[in-house]
Design a protein around this ligand. Structure first.
Ligand code: KIV
Length: 272
């Protein structure tokens, strides 16, 4: 992780590809704020995704659709300030790239220029081909996202597993090859059958990063607040909880309240 001069070696699109080539799995987590990003970066996570899931997790919206480009840039700036090693990828929010490729490019440029992030992510395959081409031509690395693409939730109608039917599975295979050929540096596969994710991961050169897509992806991503048990009610089958922070923070808060009410806090050592 550190060079001979003591400088931390940053994760880049090249190191991500090299990880796939040598069979090392890629660990990605979401981050939306400075304090959390400091912890995740120091722990050694390879990629921090400033996901548009900030719309749900940070702002309490029901979907990812309401979050704006300005809000994504604010979150990205906070995360970029924290990192020394991780690569920072930022979601292009709903409405910032679908209408035409010129708008897509200007949204991606704003993210890169105003936040200092290292790459952008966007959802979809051939529908957004022109936007991806244009962003890549400007020298901005792009991470793709196929399968359950939450910005299309009103088209899907549910958050259930995608690409179980042959036609949708075939479109996903074709889109994955297209994104690879266009020059995306990696691809998120969300909530699709593990067998399909395995087939796709083996059929393309770039790394796949799965969420609910099984163990054969080249890497995994989870929403940090889900993985830490802050979002208590969200319990999909694919989620592994490493802590139960909702309960732990609740216990600490109840203890604090009790200490204040009982005048146990602050004590003589905790005052000037
Ligand atoms: O916004 C997000 O958090 C994501 C991940 C779930 C991949 O896109």
């Amino acid at each position: 992780m550190s060079t001979a001069t003591g400088e931390t070696k940053r994760v880049t699109t090249h190191s991500i590809q090299a990880m796939k080539n040598r069979g090392e799995k890629i660990a990605m987590l979401t981050a939306y704020d400075y304090s959390t990003a400091c912890i995740l970066d120091e722990a050694g996570v390879d990629i921090l995704l400033v996901g548009d899931s900030a719309s749900n997790v940070m702002a309490g919206h029901e979907t990812t659709l309401p979050i704006t480009l300005d809000q994504m840039i604010y979150h990205a700036q906070s995360v970029v300030r924290a990192v020394k090693r991780s690569m920072v990828v930022v979601d292009l929010p709903f409405g910032s790239y679908q209408s035409n490729s010129e708008i897509a490019l200007s949204s991606a440029i704003r993210i890169m220029k105003e936040s200092g992030a290292h790459a952008v992510k966007l959802e979809g395959g051939e529908e957004v081909e022109e936007s991806i081409r244009r962003i890549l031509r400007a020298g901005i690395p792009v991470m793709g996202h196929l399968g359950l693409t939450p910005q299309s939730i009103y088209k899907f109608g549910t958050y259930s597993v995608r690409a179980k039917e042959d036609a949708e599975a075939q479109k996903l295979r074709d889109d994955a090859i297209l994104l690879d050929n266009l020059g995306c540096f990696s691809l998120v596969l969300e909530k699709i059958p593990a067998t399909l994710a395995k087939e796709v991961s083996e059929s393309i050169d770039i790394p796949t990063i799965g969420i609910g897509a099984g163990k054969h992806c080249d890497g995994q991503v989870l929403v940090t607040q889900d993985m830490l048990g802050i979002t208590k009610a969200f319990k999909p089958r694919f989620l592994r909880r490493y802590l139960e922070l909702f309960d732990m923070i609740g216990d600490a808060t109840r203890q604090y309240i009790a200490d204040v009410k009982s005048t146990n806090f602050p004590n003589d050592q905790e005052q000037y």
